[in-house]
Design a protein around this ligand. Structure first.
Ligand code: NAD
Length: 418
Protein backbone atom coordinates (compact mmCIF):
# COMPACT_ATOMS: atom_id res chain seq x y z
CA UNK A 1 0.00 0.00 0.00
CA UNK A 2 1.31 3.44 -0.90
CA UNK A 3 0.93 6.02 1.86
CA UNK A 4 1.35 9.71 1.13
CA UNK A 5 1.86 12.21 3.92
CA UNK A 6 0.19 15.49 3.03
CA UNK A 7 2.48 18.41 3.77
CA UNK A 8 1.04 21.52 5.38
CA UNK A 9 1.57 24.94 3.77
CA UNK A 10 4.05 25.69 6.55
CA UNK A 11 6.05 22.52 5.78
CA UNK A 12 6.08 23.48 2.11
CA UNK A 13 7.23 27.03 2.88
CA UNK A 14 10.01 25.66 5.09
CA UNK A 15 11.14 23.20 2.40
CA UNK A 16 11.44 26.08 -0.04
CA UNK A 17 13.34 28.15 2.52
CA UNK A 18 15.71 25.22 3.21
CA UNK A 19 16.51 24.98 -0.49
CA UNK A 20 17.27 28.72 -0.69
CA UNK A 21 19.38 28.74 2.49
CA UNK A 22 21.41 25.82 1.06
CA UNK A 23 22.06 27.82 -2.12
CA UNK A 24 23.27 30.73 0.03
CA UNK A 25 25.34 28.35 2.18
CA UNK A 26 24.12 29.87 5.48
CA UNK A 27 25.41 28.52 8.79
CA UNK A 28 23.23 25.88 10.56
CA UNK A 29 22.46 28.35 13.37
CA UNK A 30 21.33 31.09 11.00
CA UNK A 31 19.20 28.59 9.10
CA UNK A 32 17.45 27.60 12.34
CA UNK A 33 16.96 31.26 13.26
CA UNK A 34 15.41 32.27 9.92
CA UNK A 35 12.99 29.34 9.94
CA UNK A 36 11.54 30.14 13.35
CA UNK A 37 8.86 32.90 13.66
CA UNK A 38 9.83 35.43 16.34
CA UNK A 39 6.36 35.55 17.92
CA UNK A 40 3.28 33.32 17.63
CA UNK A 41 0.11 34.50 19.35
CA UNK A 42 -3.15 32.52 19.38
CA UNK A 43 -6.27 34.07 20.88
CA UNK A 44 -9.91 33.19 21.46
CA UNK A 45 -11.98 35.99 19.95
CA UNK A 46 -15.21 36.24 21.93
CA UNK A 47 -18.00 37.93 20.00
CA UNK A 48 -21.39 39.17 21.13
CA UNK A 49 -23.70 37.93 18.36
CA UNK A 50 -26.96 39.54 17.21
CA UNK A 51 -28.85 36.58 18.72
CA UNK A 52 -27.81 37.77 22.19
CA UNK A 53 -25.57 34.74 22.71
CA UNK A 54 -21.76 34.73 22.39
CA UNK A 55 -19.55 32.86 19.93
CA UNK A 56 -15.80 32.15 19.96
CA UNK A 57 -13.46 32.29 16.95
CA UNK A 58 -9.76 31.35 16.82
CA UNK A 59 -7.47 34.26 15.96
CA UNK A 60 -3.74 34.49 15.29
CA UNK A 61 -1.03 37.10 14.89
CA UNK A 62 2.37 35.78 13.92
CA UNK A 63 5.52 37.86 13.51
CA UNK A 64 8.07 36.00 11.45
CA UNK A 65 10.73 38.71 11.48
CA UNK A 66 11.44 42.17 12.83
CA UNK A 67 15.10 42.25 11.75
CA UNK A 68 14.70 44.85 8.99
CA UNK A 69 12.01 46.96 10.73
CA UNK A 70 8.54 46.61 12.26
CA UNK A 71 6.64 43.46 11.34
CA UNK A 72 4.15 44.04 8.51
CA UNK A 73 1.38 41.92 7.07
CA UNK A 74 -2.32 41.52 6.42
CA UNK A 75 -5.18 40.19 8.48
CA UNK A 76 -7.31 37.48 6.88
CA UNK A 77 -10.87 36.49 7.78
CA UNK A 78 -11.59 33.09 6.26
CA UNK A 79 -13.00 29.79 7.59
CA UNK A 80 -9.83 27.90 6.58
CA UNK A 81 -7.44 30.16 8.50
CA UNK A 82 -5.05 27.97 10.52
CA UNK A 83 -1.89 28.56 12.51
CA UNK A 84 0.17 26.77 9.84
CA UNK A 85 -1.23 28.91 7.06
CA UNK A 86 -0.62 32.15 8.98
CA UNK A 87 2.98 31.09 9.81
CA UNK A 88 3.67 30.41 6.12
CA UNK A 89 2.11 33.72 5.05
CA UNK A 90 4.14 35.62 7.69
CA UNK A 91 7.34 34.13 6.24
CA UNK A 92 6.26 35.17 2.73
CA UNK A 93 5.72 38.73 4.03
CA UNK A 94 9.28 38.85 5.40
CA UNK A 95 10.63 37.83 2.00
CA UNK A 96 8.29 40.18 0.11
CA UNK A 97 9.30 43.23 2.16
CA UNK A 98 12.98 42.41 1.62
CA UNK A 99 12.54 42.06 -2.17
CA UNK A 100 10.93 45.45 -2.68
CA UNK A 101 13.27 47.02 -0.12
CA UNK A 102 10.65 48.27 2.34
CA UNK A 103 12.08 48.71 5.87
CA UNK A 104 9.76 46.09 7.37
CA UNK A 105 9.86 42.57 8.70
CA UNK A 106 7.03 40.12 8.08
CA UNK A 107 3.84 39.17 9.91
CA UNK A 108 0.38 37.83 9.22
CA UNK A 109 -2.83 37.54 11.19
CA UNK A 110 -6.16 35.94 10.77
CA UNK A 111 -9.41 34.81 12.29
CA UNK A 112 -11.00 31.51 11.39
CA UNK A 113 -14.42 32.87 10.44
CA UNK A 114 -16.62 33.27 7.37
CA UNK A 115 -17.22 37.04 7.34
CA UNK A 116 -20.14 36.60 4.93
CA UNK A 117 -22.04 34.83 7.72
CA UNK A 118 -21.73 37.82 10.09
CA UNK A 119 -23.84 40.97 10.25
CA UNK A 120 -21.96 44.28 10.02
CA UNK A 121 -22.30 44.73 13.79
CA UNK A 122 -20.92 41.23 14.46
CA UNK A 123 -18.02 41.89 12.06
CA UNK A 124 -17.22 45.10 13.95
CA UNK A 125 -17.50 43.32 17.33
CA UNK A 126 -15.18 40.55 16.10
CA UNK A 127 -12.63 43.05 14.72
CA UNK A 128 -12.56 45.17 17.87
CA UNK A 129 -12.26 42.15 20.16
CA UNK A 130 -9.49 40.60 18.01
CA UNK A 131 -7.64 43.95 18.07
CA UNK A 132 -7.97 44.08 21.85
CA UNK A 133 -6.58 40.52 22.18
CA UNK A 134 -3.43 41.40 20.16
CA UNK A 135 -3.15 45.05 21.23
CA UNK A 136 0.15 44.63 23.08
CA UNK A 137 2.02 43.24 20.11
CA UNK A 138 0.84 45.61 17.35
CA UNK A 139 1.68 49.31 16.91
CA UNK A 140 3.28 51.66 14.37
CA UNK A 141 6.80 50.78 15.56
CA UNK A 142 6.08 47.10 16.30
CA UNK A 143 3.74 45.43 13.86
CA UNK A 144 1.44 47.08 11.32
CA UNK A 145 -1.56 45.08 9.99
CA UNK A 146 -3.24 45.64 6.59
CA UNK A 147 -6.19 44.16 4.67
CA UNK A 148 -6.09 40.67 3.16
CA UNK A 149 -8.72 38.11 2.11
CA UNK A 150 -12.04 38.89 3.81
CA UNK A 151 -10.95 42.23 5.31
CA UNK A 152 -11.00 45.77 3.88
CA UNK A 153 -10.44 49.45 4.68
CA UNK A 154 -13.49 49.52 7.00
CA UNK A 155 -11.98 46.69 9.08
CA UNK A 156 -8.70 48.67 9.22
CA UNK A 157 -10.65 51.73 10.44
CA UNK A 158 -12.13 49.67 13.32
CA UNK A 159 -8.68 48.33 14.25
CA UNK A 160 -7.24 51.86 14.21
CA UNK A 161 -10.12 53.16 16.35
CA UNK A 162 -9.86 50.35 18.93
CA UNK A 163 -6.09 50.77 19.22
CA UNK A 164 -6.42 54.58 19.46
CA UNK A 165 -9.07 54.37 22.21
CA UNK A 166 -6.70 52.17 24.23
CA UNK A 167 -3.84 54.68 23.80
CA UNK A 168 -5.99 57.77 24.41
CA UNK A 169 -5.06 59.50 21.14
CA UNK A 170 -5.40 58.83 17.40
CA UNK A 171 -2.77 56.41 16.08
CA UNK A 172 -3.36 56.16 12.31
CA UNK A 173 0.04 54.48 11.80
CA UNK A 174 -1.09 51.25 13.51
CA UNK A 175 -2.59 49.95 10.24
CA UNK A 176 -2.27 50.59 6.52
CA UNK A 177 -4.98 50.16 3.92
CA UNK A 178 -7.07 52.70 5.85
CA UNK A 179 -9.84 54.77 4.26
CA UNK A 180 -8.46 57.99 2.68
CA UNK A 181 -10.42 60.04 5.26
CA UNK A 182 -8.34 58.46 8.07
CA UNK A 183 -4.92 58.89 6.43
CA UNK A 184 -5.06 56.14 3.83
CA UNK A 185 -3.02 56.47 0.65
CA UNK A 186 -4.31 57.25 -2.80
CA UNK A 187 -3.94 54.15 -4.93
CA UNK A 188 -3.72 51.66 -2.02
CA UNK A 189 -6.99 49.93 -2.91
CA UNK A 190 -5.77 48.86 -6.35
CA UNK A 191 -2.02 48.74 -5.52
CA UNK A 192 -1.64 44.95 -5.46
CA UNK A 193 -3.43 44.52 -8.79
CA UNK A 194 -1.42 47.40 -10.27
CA UNK A 195 1.83 45.83 -9.03
CA UNK A 196 0.80 42.53 -10.67
CA UNK A 197 0.35 44.44 -13.95
CA UNK A 198 3.76 46.15 -13.69
CA UNK A 199 5.35 42.74 -13.09
CA UNK A 200 3.60 41.28 -16.14
CA UNK A 201 4.71 44.20 -18.32
CA UNK A 202 8.34 43.74 -17.17
CA UNK A 203 8.15 40.00 -17.91
CA UNK A 204 6.77 40.64 -21.41
CA UNK A 205 9.50 43.22 -22.00
CA UNK A 206 12.38 40.89 -21.14
CA UNK A 207 10.83 38.28 -23.46
CA UNK A 208 10.43 40.84 -26.26
CA UNK A 209 6.65 40.38 -26.41
CA UNK A 210 4.24 43.12 -27.44
CA UNK A 211 1.46 43.33 -24.84
CA UNK A 212 -1.32 44.48 -27.18
CA UNK A 213 -2.60 41.14 -28.50
CA UNK A 214 -2.62 38.87 -25.47
CA UNK A 215 -5.35 36.87 -23.74
CA UNK A 216 -5.60 36.86 -19.95
CA UNK A 217 -7.45 34.49 -17.58
CA UNK A 218 -7.84 35.39 -13.91
CA UNK A 219 -8.80 33.14 -10.99
CA UNK A 220 -10.37 35.26 -8.24
CA UNK A 221 -12.23 38.52 -8.88
CA UNK A 222 -11.78 40.26 -5.52
CA UNK A 223 -9.46 43.15 -4.74
CA UNK A 224 -6.39 41.78 -6.56
CA UNK A 225 -8.07 39.99 -9.47
CA UNK A 226 -10.60 42.68 -10.38
CA UNK A 227 -8.10 45.55 -10.18
CA UNK A 228 -5.51 43.68 -12.26
CA UNK A 229 -8.29 42.89 -14.78
CA UNK A 230 -9.37 46.53 -15.08
CA UNK A 231 -5.83 47.89 -15.48
CA UNK A 232 -4.89 45.24 -18.08
CA UNK A 233 -8.16 45.88 -19.94
CA UNK A 234 -7.42 49.63 -19.99
CA UNK A 235 -3.99 48.81 -21.44
CA UNK A 236 -5.66 46.90 -24.28
CA UNK A 237 -5.11 43.27 -23.23
CA UNK A 238 -8.07 40.88 -23.64
CA UNK A 239 -9.58 39.47 -20.44
CA UNK A 240 -11.00 36.19 -21.81
CA UNK A 241 -11.95 34.54 -18.51
CA UNK A 242 -12.41 35.30 -14.83
CA UNK A 243 -13.61 33.14 -11.99
CA UNK A 244 -14.63 33.55 -8.38
CA UNK A 245 -15.96 31.28 -5.64
CA UNK A 246 -19.30 31.07 -7.49
CA UNK A 247 -18.08 30.02 -10.96
CA UNK A 248 -16.12 31.07 -14.06
CA UNK A 249 -17.05 33.16 -17.11
CA UNK A 250 -15.45 32.96 -20.55
CA UNK A 251 -15.61 34.97 -23.75
CA UNK A 252 -13.01 34.52 -26.46
CA UNK A 253 -13.72 38.06 -27.72
CA UNK A 254 -13.01 39.55 -24.31
CA UNK A 255 -14.88 40.49 -21.12
CA UNK A 256 -15.32 44.07 -19.93
CA UNK A 257 -14.22 43.77 -16.26
CA UNK A 258 -16.03 46.98 -15.29
CA UNK A 259 -19.35 45.49 -16.47
CA UNK A 260 -18.51 42.11 -14.92
CA UNK A 261 -17.86 43.87 -11.61
CA UNK A 262 -21.26 45.59 -11.76
CA UNK A 263 -22.77 42.13 -12.22
CA UNK A 264 -20.84 40.92 -9.12
CA UNK A 265 -22.10 43.90 -7.11
CA UNK A 266 -25.68 42.90 -7.98
CA UNK A 267 -25.44 39.10 -7.68
CA UNK A 268 -22.37 38.36 -5.53
CA UNK A 269 -20.58 36.35 -8.25
CA UNK A 270 -19.31 36.59 -11.84
CA UNK A 271 -21.38 33.51 -12.63
CA UNK A 272 -24.31 34.27 -14.94
CA UNK A 273 -22.75 37.43 -16.43
CA UNK A 274 -24.67 37.62 -19.68
CA UNK A 275 -21.96 38.79 -22.10
CA UNK A 276 -20.06 35.54 -21.59
CA UNK A 277 -20.45 31.80 -21.18
CA UNK A 278 -20.71 30.56 -17.57
CA UNK A 279 -18.51 27.57 -16.76
CA UNK A 280 -17.60 25.54 -13.70
CA UNK A 281 -15.27 27.34 -11.29
CA UNK A 282 -12.24 25.15 -11.94
CA UNK A 283 -12.52 25.24 -15.72
CA UNK A 284 -10.48 28.44 -15.48
CA UNK A 285 -7.38 26.20 -15.32
CA UNK A 286 -8.08 24.66 -18.71
CA UNK A 287 -8.88 27.68 -20.90
CA UNK A 288 -6.54 28.88 -23.64
CA UNK A 289 -4.76 32.11 -22.68
CA UNK A 290 -1.30 33.73 -22.77
CA UNK A 291 -1.27 34.98 -19.19
CA UNK A 292 -2.87 33.29 -16.19
CA UNK A 293 -3.27 35.21 -12.93
CA UNK A 294 -4.17 33.13 -9.86
CA UNK A 295 -5.63 35.79 -7.54
CA UNK A 296 -7.81 33.76 -5.16
CA UNK A 297 -6.34 31.60 -2.40
CA UNK A 298 -3.29 29.41 -1.77
CA UNK A 299 -2.66 25.92 -3.24
CA UNK A 300 -5.09 26.32 -6.14
CA UNK A 301 -2.70 25.10 -8.84
CA UNK A 302 -1.84 21.52 -7.91
CA UNK A 303 -0.24 18.49 -9.51
CA UNK A 304 -3.74 17.47 -10.69
CA UNK A 305 -4.46 20.62 -12.73
CA UNK A 306 -1.03 22.18 -13.47
CA UNK A 307 -0.64 20.37 -16.76
CA UNK A 308 -3.94 21.73 -18.09
CA UNK A 309 -2.74 25.34 -17.77
CA UNK A 310 -1.85 26.61 -21.23
CA UNK A 311 -0.56 30.08 -20.38
CA UNK A 312 3.06 30.91 -21.14
CA UNK A 313 3.15 33.38 -18.24
CA UNK A 314 1.73 32.97 -14.75
CA UNK A 315 1.60 36.06 -12.51
CA UNK A 316 0.94 35.06 -8.91
CA UNK A 317 -1.50 37.65 -7.56
CA UNK A 318 -2.43 35.36 -4.66
CA UNK A 319 -0.03 34.18 -1.98
CA UNK A 320 1.33 30.67 -2.53
CA UNK A 321 -1.23 29.74 -5.22
CA UNK A 322 0.99 26.99 -6.73
CA UNK A 323 2.07 23.87 -4.82
CA UNK A 324 5.74 22.77 -5.13
CA UNK A 325 4.73 19.75 -7.26
CA UNK A 326 2.71 21.94 -9.62
CA UNK A 327 5.60 24.41 -9.74
CA UNK A 328 7.87 21.66 -11.06
CA UNK A 329 5.34 20.57 -13.71
CA UNK A 330 4.96 24.16 -14.93
CA UNK A 331 8.70 24.90 -14.96
CA UNK A 332 9.32 21.69 -16.93
CA UNK A 333 6.77 22.92 -19.48
CA UNK A 334 8.68 26.22 -19.77
CA UNK A 335 6.05 28.42 -18.10
CA UNK A 336 7.49 31.72 -16.90
CA UNK A 337 6.22 32.21 -13.32
CA UNK A 338 6.38 35.61 -11.63
CA UNK A 339 6.40 34.50 -7.99
CA UNK A 340 4.03 35.88 -5.33
CA UNK A 341 6.68 37.54 -3.19
CA UNK A 342 7.61 39.70 -6.19
CA UNK A 343 4.38 39.85 -8.20
CA UNK A 344 1.92 40.83 -5.46
CA UNK A 345 4.30 43.11 -3.51
CA UNK A 346 2.52 46.23 -4.83
CA UNK A 347 0.16 46.24 -1.85
CA UNK A 348 2.85 46.30 0.78
CA UNK A 349 4.80 48.84 -1.26
CA UNK A 350 1.92 51.32 -1.22
CA UNK A 351 1.36 50.45 2.44
CA UNK A 352 4.94 51.61 2.90
CA UNK A 353 4.04 54.86 1.09
CA UNK A 354 1.01 55.20 3.38
CA UNK A 355 3.28 54.80 6.41
CA UNK A 356 5.72 57.44 5.07
CA UNK A 357 2.85 59.85 4.28
CA UNK A 358 1.41 59.34 7.77
CA UNK A 359 4.79 59.96 9.42
CA UNK A 360 5.33 63.13 7.35
CA UNK A 361 1.66 64.21 7.66
CA UNK A 362 1.94 65.09 3.98
CA UNK A 363 -0.12 63.24 1.38
CA UNK A 364 0.90 62.35 -2.16
CA UNK A 365 -1.08 62.56 -5.39
CA UNK A 366 -2.28 59.32 -6.99
CA UNK A 367 0.11 59.97 -9.86
CA UNK A 368 3.08 60.16 -7.48
CA UNK A 369 1.96 56.93 -5.73
CA UNK A 370 1.58 55.04 -9.02
CA UNK A 371 4.86 56.28 -10.51
CA UNK A 372 6.77 55.45 -7.30
CA UNK A 373 5.11 52.01 -7.24
CA UNK A 374 6.14 51.38 -10.83
CA UNK A 375 9.77 52.37 -10.08
CA UNK A 376 9.98 49.96 -7.14
CA UNK A 377 8.19 47.06 -8.88
CA UNK A 378 10.36 47.37 -12.01
CA UNK A 379 13.58 47.58 -10.00
CA UNK A 380 12.59 44.52 -7.97
CA UNK A 381 11.62 42.57 -11.11
CA UNK A 382 14.95 43.27 -12.83
CA UNK A 383 16.95 42.41 -9.69
CA UNK A 384 15.15 39.07 -9.41
CA UNK A 385 15.43 38.41 -13.16
CA UNK A 386 19.16 39.21 -13.12
CA UNK A 387 19.67 36.90 -10.11
CA UNK A 388 17.81 34.14 -11.96
CA UNK A 389 20.01 34.53 -15.05
CA UNK A 390 23.28 34.85 -13.08
CA UNK A 391 22.60 31.84 -10.86
CA UNK A 392 20.68 29.85 -13.51
CA UNK A 393 17.71 29.38 -11.21
CA UNK A 394 13.97 29.92 -11.69
CA UNK A 395 12.33 33.22 -10.76
CA UNK A 396 10.78 31.91 -7.51
CA UNK A 397 14.08 30.61 -6.22
CA UNK A 398 15.83 33.80 -7.39
CA UNK A 399 13.33 36.01 -5.56
CA UNK A 400 13.81 34.03 -2.34
CA UNK A 401 17.60 34.00 -2.71
CA UNK A 402 17.63 37.78 -3.02
CA UNK A 403 15.27 38.23 -0.06
CA UNK A 404 16.95 35.71 2.28
CA UNK A 405 20.36 37.17 1.48
CA UNK A 406 19.13 40.65 2.51
CA UNK A 407 17.50 39.25 5.63
CA UNK A 408 20.59 37.24 6.64
CA UNK A 409 22.71 40.37 6.21
CA UNK A 410 20.39 42.31 8.55
CA UNK A 411 20.58 39.53 11.18
CA UNK A 412 24.39 39.40 10.97
CA UNK A 413 24.72 43.20 11.22
CA UNK A 414 22.41 43.50 14.23
CA UNK A 415 23.88 40.46 15.94
CA UNK A 416 22.13 38.28 18.47
CA UNK A 417 21.22 39.73 21.90
CA UNK A 418 22.71 39.31 24.51
P1 NAD B 1 -10.65 39.07 -1.85
O1 NAD B 1 -11.33 38.47 -0.69
O2 NAD B 1 -10.94 40.50 -2.21
O3 NAD B 1 -10.97 38.20 -3.19
C1 NAD B 1 -10.79 36.82 -3.26
C2 NAD B 1 -11.47 36.33 -4.54
O4 NAD B 1 -11.20 34.95 -4.74
C3 NAD B 1 -13.00 36.47 -4.52
O5 NAD B 1 -13.46 36.87 -5.79
C4 NAD B 1 -13.46 35.03 -4.23
O6 NAD B 1 -14.78 34.77 -4.70
C5 NAD B 1 -12.41 34.28 -5.03
N1 NAD B 1 -12.29 32.87 -4.71
C6 NAD B 1 -12.28 32.25 -3.48
N2 NAD B 1 -12.16 30.92 -3.65
C7 NAD B 1 -12.10 30.70 -4.99
C8 NAD B 1 -11.96 29.53 -5.80
N3 NAD B 1 -11.86 28.32 -5.27
N4 NAD B 1 -11.93 29.69 -7.16
C9 NAD B 1 -12.03 30.91 -7.73
N5 NAD B 1 -12.14 32.04 -7.00
C10 NAD B 1 -12.18 31.93 -5.67
O7 NAD B 1 -9.10 38.83 -1.63
P2 NAD B 1 -7.88 39.64 -2.26
O8 NAD B 1 -7.51 40.74 -1.34
O9 NAD B 1 -8.16 39.93 -3.68
O10 NAD B 1 -6.72 38.55 -2.13
C11 NAD B 1 -6.57 37.50 -3.08
C12 NAD B 1 -5.21 36.86 -2.89
O11 NAD B 1 -4.19 37.85 -3.05
C13 NAD B 1 -4.94 36.23 -1.52
O12 NAD B 1 -4.10 35.12 -1.68
C14 NAD B 1 -4.20 37.33 -0.78
O13 NAD B 1 -3.40 36.83 0.28
C15 NAD B 1 -3.36 37.88 -1.90
N6 NAD B 1 -2.87 39.23 -1.67
C16 NAD B 1 -3.74 40.26 -1.45
C17 NAD B 1 -3.25 41.55 -1.27
C18 NAD B 1 -4.16 42.74 -1.11
O14 NAD B 1 -3.65 43.88 -1.06
N7 NAD B 1 -5.46 42.57 -1.06
C19 NAD B 1 -1.86 41.77 -1.26
C20 NAD B 1 -1.00 40.69 -1.50
C21 NAD B 1 -1.53 39.43 -1.71
Amino acid sequence: MITTTKKSVWDMAQDRLDNVMDILDLTPGLKKYLKEPRKVVEVAVTVKMDSGDIDIFKGYRIQHSTNRGPAKGGIRYHPQVSIDEIKALALLMTLKCAIVGTPFGGAKGGVSVDPAMLSLRELENLTRRFTFEIINIIGPEKDIPAPDVGTNSQVMAWIMDTYSIDKGYAVPGVVTGKPIALGGSQGREEATGRGVVYSILSALKVHGIDSTDLDVAIQGFGNVGSNAAKILYDLGLRIVAVSDAGGAIYNLKGIDPYKAQNHVLKTGTVSGYKESETLGRDEIFTLPCDIFIPAALGNQVKASNADSIKARFIAEGANAPITPQADKILLDKGTFIIPDILCNAGGVTVSYFEWIQGNDAYFWSKRKVNLSLRDIMEKAFYEVYRTSLDRKIDMRTAASVLAVDRLAEAVRLRGIYP
